[in-house]
Design a protein around this ligand. Structure first.
Ligand code: NAD
Ligand code: MG
Length: 300
């Protein structure tokens, strides 16, 4: 899937990545990049760093695959050491990302924790701080998305789990991280186009994404005076394992992303520069913002 060009080469966004028609496929949750067909582009071959995160210490949840993996690779190429949180079932993907980061001469700390509990969220932060020797960048990116056709069939268990992982964990991780974050530090949260345009089969997930936008704005007000900036990125349809582990109805997969003005799904590496920008000191006056990266879908 990788193109020959890096992300700074002048190129047509319509054709930068091929339009894909993913075959119907299923993976058990949480899904692996290693088994995704076609492969997603996390920028392994193409992302070129320009020293924007030199010496930074970043924790990225869900950094084993998809958007989080692309962010982890980009952060390392920009000069950061990285800790990534993931689920034990994702060890293969996590090891792969670690090997790419270490090839850049950067440190990669792997932390397998299920973020559904407060204890695990606190442990994640403690291990990241210990492994990196501090923390000045947090990317809350882990997320759970399970499509359910009829609202009547949405189980109470799924609603609670989705809220626990997608939004409650953000409260817990931010609270645990705060004592370690000095002025200049940043938090970037992964929200979604679903925050504004909820699909009828993703009502629980979409609600958490709207909550993340509001959480981001509220927390940004609280932390700005301390010199800590909080922002969010709202991806549109991006080709990742989330989509094949019940994130979308199976029959919709071949059409995934085709209804955007660019006419194609996004690749994870196209999200990475948004996270880099919001984490880099160059965005010093950007606070409480949601940066939409969705192929042109009109959003607030
Ligand atoms: P992904 O499956 O590659 O990443 C999601 C990650 O969340 C997993 O790798 C897993 O490590 C983590 N996770 C899930 N449940 C967890 C748990 N209980 N404990 C700890 N970690 C857990 O998929 P992705 O699409 O790259 O998703 C990353 C973020 O981007 C998510 O927040 C998702 O909602 C958001 N997003 C994705 C899209 C898209 O189209 N792919 C669009 C908008 C927003
Ligand atoms: Mg994963």
């Amino acid at each position: 899937m990788a193109t020959a060009h890096d992300q700074l080469t002048f190129q047509d966004p319509v054709t930068r990545f091929a339009e894909i028609s993913p075959p119907k496929q299923h993976q058990e949750e949480p899904g692996l990049d290693a088994e995704l067909k076609p492969k997603a582009d996390r920028g392994e071959e193409t992302y070129r760093g320009t020293g924007r995160l030199k010496g930074r210490k970043a924790l990225i949840t869900g950094g084993d695959s998809g958007i989080g993996a692309a962010v982890a690779i980009a952060f390392a190429r920009e000069g950061a050491d990285v800790a990534i949180g993931y689920l034990p079932a994702e060890e293969e993907d996590a090891q792969h990302v670690k090997s790419i980061i270490e090839a850049e001469g950067r440190t990669c700390v792997l932390i397998a924790e299920d973020l559904s509990t407060k204890d695990a969220c606190e442990k994640l932060v403690a291990e990241a701080v210990e492994g990196l020797g501090g923390l000045d960048a947090l990317v809350n990116n882990a997320g759970k998305q399970i499509s359910v056709e009829n609202f009547e069939d949405l189980s109470d268990e799924q609603v609670v789990e989705t809220f626990d992982v997608n939004i409650i964990a953000m409260f817990r991780i931010c609270q645990a991280a705060l004592p370690h974050l000095s002025p200049g530090s940043t938090i970037v949260n992964s929200t979604s186009i679903q925050a504004y345009s909820p699909s009828d089969h993703l009502i629980d997930y979409a609600s958490t994404k709207a909550a993340i936008n509001n959480f981001t704005k509220g927390l940004s007000q609280s932390l700005a005076p301390k010199g800590i900036r909080v922002n969010a990125v709202a991806p549109g349809p991006v080709w990742t394992p989330l989509q094949v582990s019940d994130g979308q109805p199976k029959d919709k997969l071949p059409e995934f992303g085709k209804n955007t003005p660019l006419g194609r799904a996004g690749q994870p590496t196209e999200m990475a520069p948004c996270y880099v920008f919001l984490t880099s000191p160059e965005s010093s006056y950007v606070v409480g913002e949601t940066l939409n990266a969705n192929g042109g879908q009109v959003s607030p």
